[in-house]
Write a protein that binds this ligand. Sequence first.
Ligand SMILES: Cc1cc2nc3c(=O)[nH]c(=O)nc-3n(C[C@H](O)[C@H](O)[C@H](O)COP(=O)(O)O)c2cc1C
Length: 203
Amino acid sequence: MQLDPESLAVRDRYLLMIATILPRPIAWVSTISPDGVPNLAPFSFFTGICASPMTVCFAPVNDRNGKKKDTLVNIELTKQFTVNIVNEQNAEKMNQTSAPYAYGVNEFEKCGVTAIPSTKVKPFRVRESPVSYECELFQIVRVGEGALAGNLVIGKVIQFHCDDEIYNAGKIKHQDIHAIGRMEGAWYAKTNDAFELPRPEVA
Ligand SMILES: Cc1cc2nc3c(=O)[nH]c(=O)nc-3n(C[C@H](O)[C@H](O)[C@H](O)COP(=O)(O)O)c2cc1C
């Protein structure tokens, strides 16, 4: 089977992507409006970029009317956000925060998620996440225009947080995080069936 994306509806392209780019880590992104209302939502078009500078990125898409997501609106206005890692323990609450609440609704309160202060940015962190990144906006790359277009938000990490019990002399074991990944539809993957594959060396 071969398919030219140009011959497909946007929805069908999206379905192909979410069923084949797997599993996707989930950035649970916290922002704050200029007048101080917190916002929290998950994004699985998410990854790290590099460690110099330490950077992460995620992609909020516009809705079918071309309207920006609340997360993007807040980041454009305040230039700050936190990314909180999603695991088996906080998955249910993460999912609750993905509902299309109106701008100005505080998903921390609405969904019973615990907001704790950040050190260097105004947006809160999620107490239920084992790992959080405090970010300042590095760049927004517009990918397409209008309805369903993407916005790649690149953040520079200016403070890293993790629970004390998972941190050991600069190292964290993935087994202690119980991270989950998003699959297609309402499916998620656990990360407890990992295997090791040492990198080859050239003599
Ligand atoms: C696990 C998960 C991953 C998601 N990933 C994305 C994504 O990568 N991009 C996106 O635009 N929406 C994504 N969504 C949908 C947003 O979370 C949803 O539109 C949310 O209402 C946006 O909130 P906001 O308007 O407060 O920013 C995802 C939802 C879930 C449950």
